[in-house]
Design a protein around this ligand. Structure first.
Ligand code: NAD
Length: 491
């Protein structure tokens, strides 16, 4: 088996020789690549390359029009390589090919297009309150960004970081998750020929506490953008904070999906299924705590369980597959560890909780639903991060908001009701960075996406990206010749 890419530095592909990290196909459990970890020297080289590109300045000082062209060429290159990238990503993550082709790769390309458009529309603040001065605010790139991404949706999340960092003139070093580096690495290779000067987008592969930690702490890094688990986020933010590096943290979630009696029943049912069972259930923004009002609870739960049982668990390459295997053996064990608790006091397993039948190999897990009678149950408080929903019945809207907000997380909230007054009340009362009303997940890139509480600090998106990846410089200029006090001149 050939060694896969260890790093991309100055547009050069480095295959490395250090101890390889085995990359597993979660559908077959076969080793599909060995990725030698980027050691300290390679991390240092990657940061030095990004720094040199930034100092040379051909990217940061390029006209906006020219930079837009390059970003759009990156998007076109990704589109042109859709089949190849989707193929690798499917083998590495177990996410159904149809979802990767239909959603993730297109989204990755769109991230570059979005930021190309965005920088063409940027405006600056101007202050005219001082009679003798104009003061305006320039937005300058922060320098070199460390970008650290997770394994659950590598293409969409990794490309979001790269596109937003470089659009504003920064250079970057990306570290994909060690469990799923292949698709994102291929994507970064794909954009190298789109006209980016060497060193603007670099990549290092490797483990978190090795390659990732070295990168975050590197003195040549000016800012850190991280998406991943809350515990890791705290460690990275502390490391970045110790050196006063700004950081943005996109972390875990345990989001409530509130379905009121008067909801459009079919839409809420479809939305609840999409909210927990797409992307193999491995999504930070999953509606994993389903709260259903008592008037429709029996009917809803019956229909929800019947549909979940009918979800097609299969090989990620089969066109009909709706859920593939979980991403890794360790993650399979993590998800499985919640099953005994779904059969204890206060919880009852309604379906699933087993290895999906019909597979000799692979980390296949059945769509699982547990009915719980207390939100304090661990099933409702910890992020399971799999196709595993809890359902709780509530009586009043007050109950629903209290339960929704009894969480250390605050990433998203879903609400389903045909009464605009209920929807307006709910969007105000739910403590989360994003609220979806009568719809499952819709990501409008213009809007900030970020979590409250332990779901994160800061946000990604259009203006949120601009705020993070640029620093403000206030410039004051007299409107007319000044009459200055003449220090040192006798009165
Ligand atoms: P993780 O925290 O284990 O790892 C994420 C990344 O951080 C990986 O690249 C890893 O190698 C790296 N890393 C780990 N320790 C590090 C360290 N000390 N220094 C530098 N880098 C380090 O997360 P994961 O298991 O890959 O991803 C799943 C988690 O991500 C879930 O909690 C999920 O909710 C969260 N997530 C959040 C969002 C969001 O937008 N809020 C999106 C997707 C996933």
């Amino acid at each position: 088996m050939p060694h896969a890419v260890t790093a991309i530095i100055d547009s050069e592909i480095i295959t490395g020789t250090a101890a390889p990290i085995r990359v597993i196909d979660p559908a077959s459990e076969d080793i599909i690549a060995e990725v030698p970890e980027a050691d300290d020297m390679l991390v240092d080289r990657a940061v030095a390359s990004a720094r040199a590109a930034f100092e040379r300045g051909e990217w940061r000082t390029m006209s906006v029009e020219a930079r837009q062209k390059v970003l759009r060429r990156c998007a076109d290159a990704i589109d042109a390589a859709t089949d190849e990238i989707a193929d690798i990503e499917c083998a590495n993550t177990g996410i159904p090919l149809s979802q990767i082709r239909g959603r993730s790769v297109g989204r990755a390309a769109d991230n570059f297009r979005f930021f190309a458009d965005y920088i063409g529309q940027m405006t600056a603040e101007l202050y005219e309150q001082e009679r003798d001065y104009l003061t305006y605010v320039r937005r300058e790139p922060i320098g070199v960004a460390a970008l650290i991404s997770p394994w659950n949706s590598p293409l969409a999340l990794g490309s979001m970081k790269v596109a937003s960092a470089i659009a504003f003139g920064n250079s970057c070093v990306l570290k994909p998750a060690e469990q799923a580096p292949l698709g994102l690495t291929r994507l970064i290779q794909t954009i190298q020929d789109a006209g980016l000067p060497p060193g603007v987008v670099n990549l290092v592969n490797g483990g978190g506490i090795t390659t990732g930690d070295r990168l975050v702490r590197h003195p040549g890094i000016d800012g850190v953008s991280f998406t991943g688990g809350t515990r890791t986020g705290k460690a990275i933010m502390a490391a970045a904070g110790a050196a006063l590096k700004p950081s943005v943290m996109e972390l875990g979630g345990k989001s409530a999906n509130i379905i009121f009696d008067d909801a459009d029943f079919e839409a809420a049912l479809d939305g609840a299924l999409i909210g927990i069972f797409t992307n193999n259930g491995q999504q930070c923004l999953a509606g994993s705590r389903i709260l259903v009002q008592r008037g429709i609870a029996d009917r809803f739960i019956e229909a929800f369980v019947a549909r979940a049982r009918a979800i097609r668990v299969g090989h990620p390459r089969d066109a009909s597959t709706e859920i593939g295997p979980l991403a890794s053996e360790a993650h399979y064990r993590h998800v499985m560890s919640f099953v005994p608790e779904a059969e204890t006091t206060g919880a009852r397993l309604l379906t699933g909780g087993r290895r999906a039948p019909g597979f000799d190999k692979g980390y296949y897990f059945e769509p699982t639903i547990a009915l719980v009678d207390s939100n304090h149950h661990r099933l409702c408080q910890d992020e399971i991060f799999g196709p595993f929903a809890t359902v709780m019945v509530f009586d009043t809207a007050e109950d629903a908001y209290r339960i929704a907000n009894e969480s250390r997380f605050g990433l998203v909230g879903y609400v389903w009701s045909q009464d605009i007054a209920i929807v307006m009340e709910a969007q105000e009362r739910i403590c989360a960075g994003t609220i979806w009303c009568n719809t499952p997940m819709i990501r409008d890139l213009h809007a900030p996406f970020g979590g409250f509480r332990e779901s994160g600090v800061g946000a990604e998106g259009g203006r949120a990206g601009e705020a993070f990846y640029t620093r403000q410089k206030a410039v004051s200029i007299p409107r007319r010749p000044l009459t200055l006090r003449k220090l040192g001149v006798p009165a």
